[in-house]
Design a protein around this ligand. Structure first.
Ligand code: DAH
Length: 333
């Protein structure tokens, strides 16, 4: 069977009309792709018609080739236009469906916050870490040795009365101060030492506005060659100035078994001197307890009550508020 040029041309024209019609009525991008494959694909309808070219006279082939290219271009353009069209419609529909009304009132989500005790600890630690101190910790259940004996406080020492202790049935105790961490840290580290240890401590105190059976302390310890009381004062002053700004402070001679000399530091607040920490030069007996050469090294230490700092910083008058979990109170911070 022979095929005439005009036959093929007619077929191509007809195919073009049919294809453009289908493209025009395509409703989705998926459909367009199917049409592209159906008409322009390798095994598509255009190719099928062109398969008949072999039977054409050599001189006629360019005529059909040209016509085929025109059809392909027409279909490609048709597909492109329709695709742009459909994409635009889809985008418009999406924009319409997903309207964002920026004037709508938001939904309120309650926000958590740090407890004033924790934020006070964070603030103290920030300053001390800035001064070069490392943060350490120790157990809350302690042995008599770490809480007292190694801190130059033997069993019959009158200073034990300063801290009314919770003893446990097994002979251990709940630590009465964070000073116990000094010993644990020195046992495991060599000088030079710059360490701070915040933590919970326990005393058999009657609970009132300024006392609690459980409270928090922060211990500070520095051991090195040549440390003096001047270094202690400088450190404490720098630290307190960072926390309290220009509130006046004073050092008052005091006594602790584990420091010699010892002092207490007061801050003038609301017209009164308020004691905020104990401190002193590490007693040589404490150095000996951990095997340090007390001829070579000196050190200073300090211990402060974190609740007291929180109360001054936040103008609180009752320590019990800090443990009450009253959200009306806590939300103020
Ligand atoms: N541990 C003492 C107390 O709880 C406070 C204290 C005083 C700690 C002097 C020290 C210090 O490190 O040097 O009352």
């Amino acid at each position: 069977m022979t095929i005439s040029v005009s036959d093929l041309e007619a077929q191509l024209s007809q195919l073009q009309d049919e294809a453009l019609g289908a493209i025009a009525s395509a409703a989705a991008l998926d459909d367009l792709e199917k049409l592209r494959v159906r008409f322009l694909g390798k095994k598509g309808e255009v190719s099928k018609i062109l398969g008949g070219m072999g039977k054409l006279d050599g001189k006629d082939r360019p005529v059909i080739g040209k016509k085929a290219n025109e059809v392909k271009t027409a279909l490609t353009n048709g597909l492109d236009e329709k695709r742009t069209d459909l994409q635009k419609t889809a985008l418009e529909a999406q924009l319409k469906a997903e309207v964002l009304d920026v004037t709508m009132p938001g939904t309120y989500a309650t926000q958590g916050r740090a407890h004033p005790l924790n934020s006070t600890i964070d603030r103290l630690l920030d300053i001390l870490v800035g001064l070069g101190y490392t943060v350490a910790s120790g157990p809350e259940m302690e042995s008599d040795y770490y809480n007292f004996e190694s801190l130059n406080t033997p069993p019959d020492h009158p200073a034990r009365d300063m801290q009314d202790t919770f003893y446990l049935p097994d002979g251990n105790l709940l630590r009465t101060h964070t000073s116990a961490v000094q010993i644990r840290y020195m046992e495991n580290n060599e000088p030079p030492i710059r360490v701070v240890a915040p933590g919970r401590v326990y005393r058999r105190d009657t609970v009132d506005a300024t006392h609690s059976a459980v409270f928090h302390q922060l211990e500070l310890l520095a051991v090195d060659e040549g440390l003096t009381f001047g270094d202690l004062k400088g450190t404490v002053k720098t630290f307190l100035k960072e926390i309290f700004g220009d509130l006046p402070i004073r050092f008052r001679a005091s006594y602790f078994p584990f420091t010699e000399p010892s002092a207490e530091v007061d801050v003038q607040w609301q017209g009164k001197w308020l004691e905020v920490m104990g401190c002193g030069m590490v007693d040589p007996n404490v150095m000996k307890a951990v095997g340090y050469d007390s001829e070579k090294y000196t050190g200073f230490a300090a211990g402060l009550g974190i609740e007291r700092f929180a109360m001054v910083l936040h103008q609180m008058d009752d320590i019990r508020r800090l443990y009450g979990s009253d959200l009306r109170f806590l939300r103020q911070f």
